[in-house]
Every structure is written in C-alpha cells, then in structure tokens.
Design a protein around this ligand. Structure first.
Ligand SMILES: [Zn+2]
Length: 454
C-alpha cells in the first residue's frame, strides 16, 4: 500500500487541537460555536473550548488549522450494501422486483465472492470517507470480509449478518447464514466493529428463521437490520401468503422491539404507526433509493410526531447511485416538506441529528459517537466553507443541510485517526482501489451486455 503516513495514528498520544471557524457539536441541539477547538488525544475527545483558551491550556499541542471550516461529528450512513458500489449504474429506471430478479440477483450469483466484496467495500469506504462518513450500517454477503476490510481502513461499522432463504455464494440457506454469522460475531476483532442480524426482507425469510433471529437478537442484544414495507408489492405478498401486513407478522414473531432498524417504510399505514410507536423500533429513511425505484415516500414527519426515531441511509450504490449521505439528508429535508405541504417539518438541525446522534442511538453506540463531547471517540469531519456556494454564512447548520456539497469535506477522523487528510485518503491506496474497480467493470460488463434484457 502506498498510503500516506498518518501523523495522528491512534498510537500517537500527542494532544492535538482541531481549531475550527465553527464547531457544531450536535449535543446540545442547535449549538454553534465560533472559533473553538476540539482537543483530541489518541482516539478520544479530551475537550471542546474557545481557541484562545485551548492555546493557553495546551501550549505544546499540535494544531490543525480549520479556520475556513465547520467541524462536526462524523456522519453515520444507516443503510448500505458497500460491495454493491461495483454494481453502480448496472440497471437504472426499473421497478424493484424486476430490478432484483432480472438484474441484481443474477449478477450477484455470477460475481459475488470474497474478492468482489473486498474490492467493492474498499471502493465504498473511499467514497464514504470523502463524504464525511465515519460509520456505516452494512448488510451484504461475506460479512467477515467486510468487517476485515473496514477494520483495515480504520472506519467504524455495524456489520450485518445477512439472512435470506435462497442459496447464495456465501451460504446455502437462512439457517446456514445464522450459523456462519454466529461464528463471525464470536471470532471477529471488535475494535471499531459492532454487528447486527440482517434478514433481507419479510418476503425472503420464513417464520422459523425470523423467530430464531428474534431470539438471538434478544440474547446478544444485537440490532435487527431489515428492509421492511419497501414497496406496495410487499404488502400484497404478505396479505396473500401470511394473511396480515408485514409489521403484524414481525410483531407475532417477536421482532418489533427497540432493536429493529426498519429500512424504507414507504408503505406505512395508521396501524403500522401504532406498532412502531409501541415497540420503540427505529426507521431508516432512504429517500433517493425510494424515489429512484418509485417505491413511495416514507412519512418521516408523521413518524417523528409519533416519537419514532427516524434516521437516514443511502442504500446501496446500485439503487441510489452514490453513498453521499449529506446529499441524502438534503433530499430528506426537502422531500418531507414537499410531501406534506408543510415547510416547518424536518428543519435543518433535526436533519443533522438524524445523521449523527440519532443514528448512533439507533445502533446503541451513542456513548461512543454521534456528537462532539468530552470522553467520546474522536469521530469527526470538517467541511470547507470557503466556496462561493457556501457564502455568506448566517447559520452554518442551514449551510450544511441546504447548500453544501460533499466535495467540500476535506478531513475525516475516526477514533482520532485522520483517514481523510486535506482531501487525501490515508488508509486506502486510491490508485489500487480504482484499478481493481476497473477490472470488475470489465468482467461485469462482459456478462451483462449480451445476456440481460436491457
Ligand atoms: Zn437496501
């Protein structure tokens, strides 16, 4: 690897002052601090204080100049399938069931392997770090490889154990998925990694496997990360096969709990609202994927009004088609207003919380990350405001949510390690990532051109 040596590797316990024009700590809500420094040592935030005081209290500290920047907690992408970056743009403008059955699943059957997953995950992490992301909530095959790749790159991740009732290149059945997953959870290095159980969707996992997942989730206190109520087709299928709506079935099987991360939820009825509220389950909103596959719109503001914790994910790059979580948040903020006719819903500070502290709460890691507070892990990102499109700055949170672009992120730290350093990735060799991606493009395009119903 030709990665640049990092001056602030976690073993380096030198105090560093990250001195920014603005610091938005997220907790307390809506707080904006001018000319403040976040003081870090090793992997931890030691302090947050005015620059003048920081220079006095830490005279010999290494100073990182962010005088054009806003510094904030690293963003958390609450739903993705990282290796699917290698399928970005493979099939667009198609509805969900045809997209899955005619394109995605056949290509996955042919190509998904440990090396596909490793290379696709590297590509995804390169993209996410450049978009200010310090943690991602993952669901894909070969989770052990994703965990290993994330750990090598130094990014925080919640790795889903994928469970699906069809044979895949990773496991032959839902039971085998769970068995392999249990082994992985027990044996993989946990430093920046946590795990979830990730049944694909109500229509691809049977009752017995879902019941088993509910038991394991409770016993090990693991989140259950699942596509739910994604499309109208899913509701019809559930009514026909199970005689009830999907959430009623999940309730019967013991899965409606605060550990559930219900992804998409575009088809919520009033009865679903009641189940969500009573259970404390979380909803992961993926507006761009939902819009692109024409699956509907998650009623985010209604859910928040019912005290449901709603957070934001990009989904995989095959249905988005990027992992830009800031752009996703901008879409969420605008869509909620357009869908309800109410300009007051999903105000910018609330959207920033959904990208940070609310996401950390959904994953059960709010004691570690999600805000800039003393004692938390130094998961941070800095965005350069010195762009015409970001000036003037009357309210920096408004600039972030309604005007900024992910191109403006210059630096990203995970657990104190500067993984994006003035725009350069320090733990990934970008040339090698681009090279392996080009090789996969050649292999996959040879497969899809002649045989697929394009
Ligand atoms: Zn998904």
């Amino acid at each position: 690897m030709n990665a640049r040596p990092s001056v602030d590797h976690p073993e380096n316990t030198e105090v560093q002052l990250l001195c920014a024009r603005y610091v938005v700590p997220v907790v307390p809500a809506e707080c904006i601090l001018k000319n403040h420094c976040v003081v870090i040592r090793g992997d931890v935030i030691l302090d947050l204080l005015p620059e003048i005081d920081a220079s006095r209290q830490y005279p010999g500290a290494l100073r990182v100049d962010l005088s054009r920047h806003v510094l904030m907690p690293g963003l958390i992408n609450m739903h993705t399938h990282s290796p699917m970056t290698l399928l970005r743009g493979i099939a667009d403008d198609i509805e969900l069931q045809e997209w899955l059955k005619s394109y995605i699943w056949p290509v996955e059957q042919t190509f998904v392997s440990e090396s596909f997953v490793r290379d696709g995950t590297r590509l995804a992490i390169a993209e996410m770090l450049r978009c200010g992301t310090t943690c991602f909530n993952e669901n894909y095959f070969f989770p052990e490889t994703i965990a290993e790749t994330a750990a090598e790159a130094g990014i925080r991740a919640c790795i889903g154990i994928p469970v699906i009732d069809v044979a895949t290149n990773w496991a032959g059945s839902a039971d085998e998925c769970i068995e392999k997953g249990m082994f992985i959870i027990e044996h993989v290095e946990k430093n920046l990694t946590t795990f979830s159980l990730s049944p694909h969707a109500p229509y691809t996992v049977d009752d017995a496997a879902l019941k088993r997942i509910a038991v394991v989730s409770e016993a090990l206190d693991l989140p259950v990360h699942m596509h739910v109520l994604e499309s109208a087709w899913e509701i019809q299928h559930s009514l026909q096969v199970h005689g009830c709506r999907p959430l009623q079935r999940l309730e019967r099987l013991g899965l409606m709990t605060p550990r559930l991360l219900a992804v998409h939820m575009t088809q919520c009825s009033r009865s679903d609202f009641g189940l969500l509220k009573a259970s404390g389950a979380n909803v992961v909103h993926c507006p761009q994927s939902n819009l692109k596959l024409a699956n509907g719109i998650c009623p985010v503001s209604d859910l928040i009004a019912e005290s449901v914790n709603v957070v934001i994910g990009t989904d995989g790059a095959a249905s988005n088609n990027n992992l830009d979580i800031l752009s996703e948040a901008q879409t969420a903020a605008l869509l909620a207003k357009g869908a309800t006719g109410d300009a007051l819903v999903l105000a910018a500070p609330r959207v920033l919380e959904m990208l940070t502290i609310k996401a950390a709460e959904a994953l059960g890691i709010q004691h570690l990350t999600g805000s800039v507070e003393k004692g938390k892990q130094a998961d941070l990102t800095a965005l350069d405001l010195h762009y015409p499109e970001s000036q003037p700055v009357y309210n920096v949170i408004s600039q972030l949510i309604y005007a900024a672009s992910s191109r403006q992120f210059t630096d990203t730290w995970v657990a104190g390690r500067r993984l994006l350093d003035e725009g350069r990735l320090t733990s990934l060799d970008i040339d090698s990532v681009m090279q392996s991606t080009a090789q996969w493009q050649d292999k996959i395009s040879n497969r899809i051109t002649p045989q697929m119903p394009v």
